[in-house]
Design a protein around this ligand. Structure first.
Ligand code: GLY
Length: 398
């Protein structure tokens, strides 16, 4: 492993701002390090805080000419990402003002943990905010809120299907489970180890198994949504929903799967979860366009004139760094580490960094293309996973 460690150390020591095929907009030849990207990003996040005075209104996207964050309330599915961004910026900088801001914007989300669950997003909302806060501060009050949130999320579990009902708000699917929901199992795994019911672990395992069996296609692309009979548990069909077509590969969905199955293996040791994460990652890498950042859906016939999704690249970077830390074979470790680093390198170029164009870190994400919503713009979860990926890279140890 010594040689391998050396390779990793060399790789970690610098991030190149100018990846060869990175983009038409990339002209700079300057070399910057992961620390420099984190430093400029944390500075930008602190600057974006200044006009935000109401803590239950949180950044989600930027679609105005002024380049200012558009805000949403705590019940929005994206509400946890801004507090999470602040926690990451504090983690890097140790800046007390960022810590205070992270606490301020985390606090209003408490209500979600103690209200009836409206959908699976409670995991994103609570784990990204309180989860990071607890990890960094050991605040016992945060722990209690997370445990309550895990119990609330578990109320959506249907034992007949064996999975969480992700979107009760969609009556056309009496029981639906979406690939994004894999990410929210982390809250359940965490809770089962930190004073919560062991049943939360069983629910998470069953949910991952049902997702693996039904939402992962034989070619290791994924459906966004699986529709199930809520009385018999039978799988009815796979649906695109946020993707281009029922048989297409929606970029962000594939990355939720890569990351979700990787940590499900970390938490359970179930080899099928590891193999599924590997296969999903390989499919994603095999189909990437030459410039290394996915279009919003790999099968949009408008490619190469379709919008990109930088958020999928940022999530893929996190998922593949997780995977690189879990696989036993050295060649696989190097493969997923290098793939993750390439995503981070490219996102760190002027083609994707917003710089002084707006308050976000990254441009060019796509939210819900079929609804014509959030096309090719800064979206908060791209910044969240970009910060996470940078920090993971900085802390990387083979
Ligand atoms: N529903 C989560 C996402 O847009 O990825």
């Amino acid at each position: 492993m010594n040689n391998l460690k050396l390779i990793f150390l060399i790789a970690v020591s610098s991030i190149f701002l100018n990846c060869k095929n990175s983009s038409k907009e990339s002209t700079s030849k300057k070399e910057i390090t992961v620390d420099e990207v984190l430093k400029s990003s944390s500075g930008k996040i602190k600057e974006a805080l200044k006009p935000l005075k109401v803590y239950d209104s949180l950044p989600r996207n930027i679609e105005n000419e002024e380049g200012k964050w558009e805000l949403v309330g705590v019940r929005d599915w994206c509400s946890g990402f801004w507090p999470g961004v602040l926690w990451y910026a504090f983690e890097f900088s140790g800046d007390k003002e960022l810590k205070q801001a992270a606490e301020n914007f985390t606090a209003p989300l408490k209500a979600i943990a103690y209200s009836p669950a409206s959908d699976h997003d409670i995991g994103f909302q609570i784990y990204c905010s309180f989860g990071n806060g607890y990890r960094l501060t050991d605040n016992e009050a945060y722990k209690e809120i997370m445990l309550a949130a895990a119990d609330t999320l578990a109320t959506l579990y249907n034992p007949v299907v064996g999975s969480i009902h992700s979107w009760p708000i969609k009556p056309q699917y009496p029981h639906n489970t979406i690939i994004d929901n894999m990410m929210n199992l982390e809250l359940l795994f965490w809770a089962s180890k930190n004073g919560g019911s062991k049943e939360l672990y069983n629910i998470a395992v069953s949910h991952a198994e049902v997702t693996m069996k039904n939402l992962v296609r034989p070619d290791y692309s994924t459906y966004h949504l699986g529709s199930f009979d809520n009385k018999t548990g039978d799988f009815i069909k796979g649906v695109a929903h946020q993707g281009y077509a029922d048989d297409s590969m929606w970029a962000r969905g594939q990355t939720w799967g890569i990351y979700g199955f990787a940590f499900s293996y970390r938490e359970t040791g179930i080899e099928d979860f590891l193999n599924t994460s590997i296969k999903l990652a390989d499919k994603f890498l095999e189909r990437l366009p030459e410039d290394g950042i996915p279009f919003w859906d790999f099968d949009d016939p408008k490619i190469p004139n379709a919008p990109k999704d930088a958020s999928a690249a940022a999530i893929a970077a996190c998922g593949m760094l997780e995977l690189a830390g879990l696989v036993k074979e050295d060649d696989l470790k190097i493969k997923y580490y290098n793939a993750a680093k390439r995503f981070i390198d490219i996102l760190s170029t002027n083609a994707y960094l917003s710089n002084d164009k707006n308050q976000a870190l990254l441009m060019h994400s796509t939210g819900h293309h079929p609804k014509n919503s959030e096309i090719d713009m800064p979206i908060i979860y791209a910044d969240y996973y970009f910060m996470e990926a940078l920090l993971r890279l900085k802390k990387w140890k083979s």
